[in-house]
Ligand binder design. Structure first.
Ligand SMILES: [Zn+2]
Ligand SMILES: [Zn+2]
Ligand SMILES: [Zn+2]
Length: 72
């Protein structure tokens, strides 16, 4: 019929009858519509857009080089 791609930038799903429209954009599920704030997974198990949207600041924090703050 009239399939549209999910508006989530990392999602490759197509939205169907249960499309979720938010801000004029069409999402396949509520997790995509919310932008995966907590890395919430997509409704499609094969889709990893939730993990792709998750910020990876944890790996940077574990970089144990001398980055100490030295106050004046
Ligand atoms: Zn997805
Ligand atoms: Zn989606
Ligand atoms: Zn998504």
């Amino acid at each position: 019929m009239n399939r549209q791609p999910c508006a989530c930038s990392h999602c490759a799903c197509t939205v169907g009858a249960n499309a979720l429209v938010q801000d004029g954009k069409t999402y396949c599920c509520a997790a995509c519509a919310a932008g995966h704030p907590d890395g919430s997974p997509c409704c499609m198990k094969d889709c990893s857009c939730g993990e792709a949207a998750r910020p990876t600041t944890d790996s940077a924090a574990s970089n144990g080089v001398s980055h100490e703050l030295s106050p004046p």
